[in-house]
Design a protein around this ligand. Sequence first.
Ligand SMILES: [Zn+2]
Length: 268
Amino acid sequence: MTEMSLSTVMEFLEERYPLRLAEEWDNVGLLIGDPEQSVERIMTCLTITPLICREAIEEKADLIISHHPFPFHAIKRLTTETVRGRMIWDIVTEKIAVYSPHTAHDSAPDGINQQIAKRLGLQQITTLYEDKNEKAVSNEGTGRFGMLPEPILFGELLEKTQEAFNQQVIPYIGDPEKSVRTVAVGCGSAGSFLEQAILRGADAFLLGESKYHTFLEAQFNGIGLIVTGHYISERFAMERMAELIQTKFSDLTVWASEVETDPIKYLI
Ligand SMILES: [Zn+2]
């Protein structure tokens, strides 16, 4: 078994999900750990929770790649008296590193939004905010915007979403009988992208999570809104990331957390 350093894995992640693509407010990259430490077992997950923390410790992970940053907010006191403090304490005590790509992963050329756009079968995919940086590669940046191969009914796009994400409950706003062609995409809590989706003339906007007023804003503007659920819109990409790392570093053991599930349950 060849010894692999954390920094080697970090180089691979940086290549695929360049941290310069992260939003300014974000907290990305190596958040806990020593780049020189050796890594044999890597677990990916969407969010570090007490349950996931336990899995990492029991399964002897050396590195957790958590899409959502952990920690995210500044910390002034690190004790075991709070749930978060306890998790960080346990992770550090067990010498487990934590790396979070977050919005760099959302925006990367092969990132989450690109993957969602492909899943919907969109063509001529560009970033949603293409004017942000003229020199940017068209598939590198915030959100995605693309065209369906041919106009379909909004109701068909809803069904397509249901199928693509294997999710029965899909909250939406819009007329199922209306024809749609252009679609904007934003994983997670992407409600703030709605304005840009309208500016780009999108017929529909698919996002992970939406506030009530964002639904209304979409209705006022006659744009269809499709909400997959935050977890559903992002977790699949952490499973894919685990596969990619495993393929690249065959000596390592890499898996996507097996205990992680959508924390939100639906009574149907
Ligand atoms: Zn998210």
